[in-house]
Ligand binder design. Sequence first.
Ligand SMILES: Nc1nc2c(c(=O)[nH]1)N[C@H]1C(S)=C(S)[C@@H](COP(=O)(O)O)O[C@H]1N2
Ligand SMILES: [Mo]
Length: 584
Amino acid sequence: MTEDYPPISANSAPGFPDPLRMSLGHADDRLLVDHWMPPQWGIAPRIRIGRHWVNTLWALPISAAALLCLIALAQSLRELPSVGAFIQRHPGIAQSAPAVGSGFPWWLEVQHFLNMFFMLFIMRAGLQILADHPRLYWGRDCTPGTDWFRFQVPVPKGRIWTAKDDSVTLPTWLGIPGLRHTLGLSRWWHFSVNLLWVINGVVFYALLFSTDQWQRLVPLTWDVFPAALSTAIQYASLNFPVDEGWTRYNGLQQLSYFITVFIAAPVSIATGLMQSPAISNKLSWFGRLFNRQAMRSVHFISFAWFVGFILAHGAMVFVTGLRQNTNHMFAGVDNASWVGFPPFLLAMAILILAWLIASPLTIRYARQVQHVGAFMVGRMMGLAERWDPRSQLTEKDISPYFWPNGTMPNSEAFDDLVANKFASYRLRIDGLVERPQEFSLAALKAMPKQEQITTHFCIQGWSGVAKWGGVPMRDILSLVKPMPKARYAVFYSLADGADGGRYYDVHKIENMSHDLTILAYEMNGAPVSVLHGAPLRLRCENELGFKMVKWIAAIEFVHDFADLGAGEGGYNEDHEFYGYRMPI
Ligand SMILES: Nc1nc2c(c(=O)[nH]1)N[C@H]1C(S)=C(S)[C@@H](COP(=O)(O)O)O[C@H]1N2
Ligand SMILES: [Mo]
């Protein structure tokens, strides 16, 4: 069969180690701030209403004015006899709501604290991830102008503007670890702490329902709605409702806690997971219907709910009786002492300390954060790689715009290839294979072509649908015949990465025989452009975009990749602390 292709003798294959291996660069274990991507500040968040972009900062004066009006309104409402009678009838706590007999048990206090502690990391790291593509959309394409939310200027026209160019800086006190395009590290924080938070949540649900505590949170009567309205009027009039927090919550509390615990939290988890290529593909029609961008938008709205909840809840702790509230939640007593106050202060001190050190330590110990994160969640996430992606879309789903990303080739050798239309291009396949070979582009095009319409999931958050045409990797495998000890396929690019040194990425060999793993030379029916990876780029649909090497120079099959580059399994793994297996 090989006779159909240009003869390549195993002897003439240059063999590794060779210039390609040597071209992989050194990478630092710390995030060197001076050496990192130069800062680029975003703008105040804007929301699109129709064709107009509204600056969300307006919300501050508007809500302050609205609050004052609301207070005045609520106070005059309470003067009305009918409203007075309504409040009499619905004092704020649903009359039929059962009273909880167990007060605030110690496990509830511990879990409440852990939840606060975990949320601090999750939310800050989540914001950092958002800042890597500071726009939100509802449609599955990320076509410029179709965003409904952004904290970045409109996409500049008339020049190449990559997704990396679009990322914005966050201050180190806000994001973890702050700076720009540091989502590799924030993802480790986000996912590892999510795991702890989910465990805490599962234990919380279990204890809640095995005791009488669930009755605090779950409304058991329709009465909760008039009770909530009544409480809202009472709070707004600054004449607070009766507080029976030791045994049961008022309507407004119950509804907001219920939404937070039983709606916002599960929605966050589901919409987070559905942004993953492997999970979205696995869910097939469901993943296509609830596309990544819609899920990312809902994930953000749920985040906004948490921010609002935490601000309101935190303020209420202070204004509705700090001593009593801290006694309940930090000492589990309902008396006139101050025993809950010192543990409350201690909890706040721990939170503030954690807040202060999270970013500096992440910057200083970036490699360790990457490794601990991979230890905590990497293996579990990697399991999703086993799913063979088969989910495809249709021609009409193809995105009108597909963000370009990465560092373009910049060498005379590449320019020469472009000039001769890749006639002199050779794909070298070498390493632990029985038949090392070189393929010209013509030879690859002469092989059976596979076409697929798939969604590209960039780690930064954007996605796009394109039709790709190329040679299935499984056909290449059957030609070159990897040896049994070959466990990984290394893809070397013709281009360098952003930080110098050659771009490369390593895949498990299992990924290579998935149905939709191809070496693509066509995009949307035309030869793939230089911008998108000409002459050849990898499509491996259950991974995030950075693992799909563009401008492929060679593929080497290896037993281990520890001796390549910084040994993390790829260029962005080495330099930007990404994970080596990233199906999620
Ligand atoms: N050689 C090389 N390949 C690369 C990159 C790069 O910087 N260099 N960027 C990766 C990233 S992060 C993404 S999202 C995709 C982008 O592909 P596109 O430009 O076709 O959208 O290419 C990947 N392949
Ligand atoms: Mo990417």
